[in-house]
Design a protein around this ligand. Structure first.
Ligand code: HEM
Length: 453
């Protein structure tokens, strides 16, 4: 029997300007915009961006729906990624697939993208981090934080994937990601940008990097022990076993994908965190005490030490709550369905405003306050259903989540252990950018007063 729907049940339309619609609010601060709309209009509302209409499903209702079996059936992703798929001429893209293919692809990549990738390599990871801090964060200098963190993250991911630090490619990776996300994924910028020589050159260089990674794999094939293998080996071995799932056409994007997924997300989150910590001297002092306690011990770094830095952990969690890198995820309705008394039509474009609860006092009392103790076992405010979703929800939840958590903990632990920092100027107030990934403006700087250790 076919289900019938009352298609006249439409969500409220958010007020906006003629032609522009709600684009200005959306471009300024999508997280705040969705939060205010949720308060005024409820858990589902319509917005206009130029002449296109989108429904927004927001709040804890949306977070719970997205993470449920129902959400898995009723939402799909492909359309939002089509621009990127066409640009790279790939068959599949992890973010765009759903169902069996998506499950299989995640399975191939899950270990390489998880914190398991760091097993037995913590000391080398710390060495790579320290080398970058010694290169870019010199005493007496004023350091642009987002750019500095992008170089650090590129070095860490490159070392982890290939054993090499591709610093020559940082700018190319940055330009490519910026254009891909702005033009092809979030569609906040015109397509003409992809015809510009700067993008074309960067794209060519990133493709060259991907091809070099493939060549490297063949050159070293059979020489690595199981524990030395990385995400690159997992992808290439599957390509050789099953070229239907991983065809040659998909290799370059798969090789460089970790940079696309991990560079801006980690760099922006830790940049927000550095700002918040330096703004709160008591928290800064507590973190220094914690990291000094860990690194003053002799012997190799042990994974269990990550659990002994609760203030540092709370500061990272608060940064992702207050400044999430994805204020909303984009989806398409996979079928006709009723949602909160409104009709959703198959094929409609949807914004899932699942970080709206991050700003709700019902979940996080005094929500604008930077409070690193919210995540303690006693309070665990983030554990309430639907409350906290910095890594997304449902089948596409961040595959690099555990790796990112560990990477951020270790990087920030080393930064605060090694360096004495202050905001520059000392009374600096954060300015945020939203494109391509929300985070502190590139003008945000800190001064390195000197080495602590
Ligand atoms: C602070 C750090 C990070 C944050 C906040 C973050 C956030 C997210 C979010 C919100 C999604 C879901 C997007 C959606 O639903 O459409 C996602 C997906 C993903 N992330 Fe992350 N991410 C981070 C770091 C990383 C890192 C370091 C990697 C790997 C190197 C990574 C790999 C991925 C992958 C592969 C996916 C796609 C999963 C899928 O479609 O099945 N992420 N991330």
């Amino acid at each position: 029997m076919t289900e019938t729907f009352d298609t006249t049940r439409q969500p409220p339309q958010v007020k906006g300007f003629p032609i522009l619609g709600n684009i200005l609010d959306l471009a300024k601060d999508p997280g705040k915009f969705f939060y205010h709309c949720y308060r005024q209009y409820g858990p589902v509302f319509s917005i206009k961006v130029l002449n296109k209409s989108y429904k927004v499903l927001a709040g804890p209702e949306a977070a719970k729906f997205m993470g449920s079996g129902d959400g898995k059936i009723k939402l799909r992703s492909r359309e939002f990624w089509e621009g990127l798929i066409n640009e790279y001429q790939t068959k599949y893209l992890l973010g765009a697939e759903d169902g069996e293919i998506h499950k299989k692809l995640r399975n191939v990549m899950k270990n390489g993208f998880s914190k398991k990738a760091l097993d037995g390599k913590y000391d080398q990871f710390i060495e790579t981090t320290d080398n970058m801090l010694e290169k870019d964060w010199l005493p007496g200098n004023s350091v642009p934080v987002v750019a500095g963190m992008q170089r650090l993250v590129t070095a860490q991911l490159g070392w982890l994937l290939t054993g090499r630090v591709p610093l020559d490619y940082v700018e190319d990776i940055r330009i490519t990601i910026q254009n891909i996300l702005n033009v092809l994924v979030t569609r906040q910028r015109p397509k003409i940008l992809l015809k510009m020589p700067a993008y074309k050159k960067a794209f060519k260089r990133v493709t060259e990097l991907g091809n070099l990674m493939v060549e490297d794999y063949y050159a070293n094939k059979g020489k690595k022990s199981q524990s030395e293998k990385t995400l690159v080996d997992a992808i290439m071995e599957e390509h050789e076993r099953n070229s239907d799932l991983i065809p040659k056409s998909d290799l370059v994007l798969l090789m460089t994908g970790p940079y696309v997924a991990g560079l801006d997300t980690v760099a922006n989150t830790v940049a927000s965190m550095i700002y918040l910590v330096l703004k709160h001297p008591k928290v800064y002092q507590q973190i220094q005490n914690e990291v000094d306690g860990i690194f003053s011990k002799s012997g190799p770094f042990e994974e269990s030490s990550l659990k002994q830095m609760p203030t540092l952990f709370g500061a990272i969690m608060e940064s992702m709550r207050l400044y999430p890198v994805a204020a909303a995820s984009m989806r398409v309705a996979n079928t006709n369905f009723e949602y909160e008394n409104c009709h959703i039509q198959e094929g409609e474009l949807l914004y899932m405003g699942i970080t709206v609860p991050h700003h709700m006092e019902e979940f996080f009392p005094q929500p604008t306050k930077f409070d690193v103790h919210r995540y303690s076992r006693e309070r665990a405010e983030h554990m309430q259903p639907g409350a906290y979703s910095p890594f997304g929800r449902g089948p596409h939840t961040c595959l690099g989540k555990t790796l990112a958590d560990t990477q951020m903990m270790l990087s920030m632990a080393r930064l605060f252990y090694r360096l004495d920092l202050q905001l520059d100027p000392i009374n600096y107030e954060i300015k945020v950018k939203t494109a391509p990934t929300p985070g502190p403006a590139r003008s945000f700087k800190v001064r390195v007063n000197g080495y602590r250790n």
